[in-house]
Design a protein around this ligand. Structure first.
Ligand SMILES: *Cc1c(COP(=O)(O)O)cnc(C)c1O
Length: 217
């Protein structure tokens, strides 16, 4: 068994079987061979932070399910709408409208998550919990997007209330819009996130080991 296959098995064991939780393998900073190892071990959904890096990898791999989990600037929405299956970091009406307009007609509607900021001052990414409902209503009305739920990145060491806040907003979106996905939890906090209701965890280090630091642009 390759190291990555072994790591995937260990992460799946950490997720456990109590409830269905989707494992997203975060492959940013990892080379093609390592992603292929994960694919060979049965992994199908991958998360990337940078649009260009992801597109280069997509061109060298069989069809997989790709999630954008890094911040999205408006000059990259077209490529994101054309190439990804999910965008997890939608935090403004402007970006949502562009993605809907730019999603090609021959593809299924783009799955989107609203990135909600549950860490207050500690993070500048994401929309406040109080604004998330309004943005959800806008997205639900856009023809080429499919609102699936929320994504949150509680800061390291955040207390449970941060996770519970994301879960509360998610529960509202679930009953109002039929959402099914709360993407929350990384290598260091996946057990806590699952205990607090995550339906998807985004795991990089525990699968692939330490990654190369991105060189400054
Ligand atoms: C890098 C990253 C991850 C994975 O983090 P690990 O600690 O390596 O598991 C998950 N989510 C987001 C948004 C990331 O940027």
């Amino acid at each position: 068994m390759s190291g990555i296959a072994h790591n995937l098995q260990a992460v799946r064991a950490r997720i456990g079987h109590a409830r269905a939780v989707t494992l997203l393998a975060v492959s940013k900073g990892q080379g093609i061979e390592r992603i292929k190892d994960a694919v060979a071990a049965g992994q199908k959904a991958f998360g990337e932070n940078y649009v260009q890096e992801a597109v280069q990898k997509m061109q060298q791999l069989p069809p997989l399910e790709w999630h954008l989990i890094g911040p999205l600037q408006s000059n990259k929405t077209r490529v994101a709408a054309e190439r990804f299956d999910w965008v997890q970091t939608v935090a403004s009406e402007k970006i949502a409208r562009r993605l809907s307009e730019q999603r090609p007609a021959h593809l299924a509607p783009l799955n989107v998550l609203i990135q909600v900021n549950v860490s207050g001052e500690a993070s500048k990414s994401g929309i406040g919990a109080a604004q998330a409902r309004g943005l959800a209503a806008v997205i639900a009305g856009l023809p080429r997007l499919r609102l699936r739920g929320l994504m949150a990145i509680p800061e390291p060491g955040a207390d449970r209330a941060r996770y519970a806040c994301a879960r509360d907003v998610f529960e509202e979106l679930k009953s109002e819009f039929g959402c099914d996905t709360l993407s929350m939890g990384m290598t260091d906090d996946m057990e806590l996130a699952i205990a607090e209701g995550a339906t998807m965890v985004r795991i990089g280090t525990a699968i692939f080991g330490e990654r190369k630091k991105r060189e400054a642009a």
